[in-house]
Design a protein around this ligand. Structure first.
Ligand SMILES: Nc1ncnc2c1ncn2[C@@H]1O[C@H](COP(=O)(O)OP(=O)(O)OP(=O)(O)O)[C@@H](O)[C@H]1O
Ligand SMILES: [Mg+2]
Length: 328
């Protein structure tokens, strides 16, 4: 469905070049829900914005590919990408009020999305919009359609954004922290809603979240990012029960309960103002070796678990050494 390889994205700032994505690779299979996790600043949003063509100067995607249904999204001109985004790839942003237009009523926003991708008369648009709003659990969809974003609660507004994202029946949905702007009481409802619609439509989803509990509950595979790189990737069930990268292990240990953000680990995420040499996690890794300082670990399949599709970027003999760490 989506295959990202060696993605490199940078920002030129007054303080210097920010190396935000440094060779990021991962896949989202048909019908899969894939989660991207990692601490703040690890490059999660930059990665999905790059794939969606939403990086603006002073940022730029400088390398890599993102194949979607045989097309490299990174090489598409803006118009063609905008066409795919919306029709074949739906996007659910973190803040629904930022995603909705404050001065157009909700019906007009359904009309805009529909007409950006084809023709439809007003009655059809309204009919489809009403149906979508019902599917996302909005009672009284007529009133919502005739109203404006500011009249909605956060949860309702995010439901509208979800309805807009799914309106044209995209095969892939990308969501960046789709519930962090919402009340905790509605976060689960919204996630249940999104996951339900994805599964029921046999769509694929890529979801960025801070919450490992969300990944455990909703995702098939997980991509763990650190400092602009993927450090570990694989099926949630095995990554969470048997992490192979010391960073994944640390993340899992730092989260005692679901529904809470990742707690600070010891040490800090390195700044990305120089291209990292060696393993970026080495300063916080109790098991770093001299080699970790000089050589950047490439992401590699793990021999005995490879049938499960696990990869890890670490110089340790992860299958032997990391479980020993976890036990000790
Ligand atoms: N517009 C920008 N200009 C300069 N640097 C940026 C810009 N956007 C992102 N960055 C930098 O890129 C790096 C990765 O940022 P990104 O937003 O992808 O992190 P994230 O993993 O999504 O974090 P969070 O969990 O806080 O959302 C950070 O160092 C950030 O400061
Ligand atoms: Mg982010």
């Amino acid at each position: 469905m989506l295959s990202v390889r060696d993605l490199e994205t940078r920002f030129v700032t007054r303080r210097g070049v920010v190396y935000a994505a440094n060779g990021v690779s991962f896949d989202v299979g048909d019908g899969e829900i894939v989660g991207i996790v990692g601490e703040s600043g690890s490059g999660k949003s930059v990665t999905i914005s790059s794939v969606l063509g939403l990086i603006r100067p002073p940022g730029a995607v400088v390398g890599g590919s993102a194949m979607f249904d045989g097309t490299d999204l990174l090489k598409l001109p803006g118009r063609a990408l905008r066409h795919i985004r919306g029709a074949r790839i739906g996007f659910i942003a973190q803040n629904p009020f930022g995603a909705l237009n404050p001065i157009l009523n909700i019906e007009a926003q359904f009309a805009n999305v529909t007409r950006a991708h084809g023709r439809a008369d007003r009655a059809t648009i309204r009919q489809n919009a009403l149906e979508m709003l019902k599917r996302v659990g909005i009672a009284g969809p007529e009133r919502v359609l005739d109203g404006y974003a500011h009249e909605l609660s956060g949860g309702m507004a995010q439901r509208v954004v979800i309805a807009l994202a799914l309106l044209l029946n995209p095969s892939l949905v990308v969501a960046d922290e789709p519930t962090t702007a919402l009340d905790v009481t509605v976060q689960r409802q919204i996630l249940d809603l999104i996951a339900g619609l994805i599964r029921e439509g046999r769509r694929s989803m890529l979801i960025v979240t801070h919450d490992l509990g969300v990944v455990a509950q909703y995702c098939d595979r997980v991509v763990v990012m650190y400092s602009g790189r993927v450090v570990e990737e694989g099926p949630v069930a095995t990554v969470f029960t048997r992490p192979l990268h010391p960073y994944t292990l640390a993340l899992l240990r730092a989260v005692p309960r679901r529904g809470e953000p990742i707690q600070a680990l010891g040490g800090r995420v390195p700044d990305l103002l120089s291209k990292p040499v060696g393993c970026a996690f080495r300063h916080r890794c109790a098991f770093a070796k001299p080699r970790c300082e000089s050589e950047t670990p490439e992401i590699r399949p793990v021999a005995s678990t490879n049938p499960l599709g696990r990869t890890v970027a670490c110089h340790l003999d992860v299958e032997r050494e990391v479980p020993a760490l976890a036990a000790g």
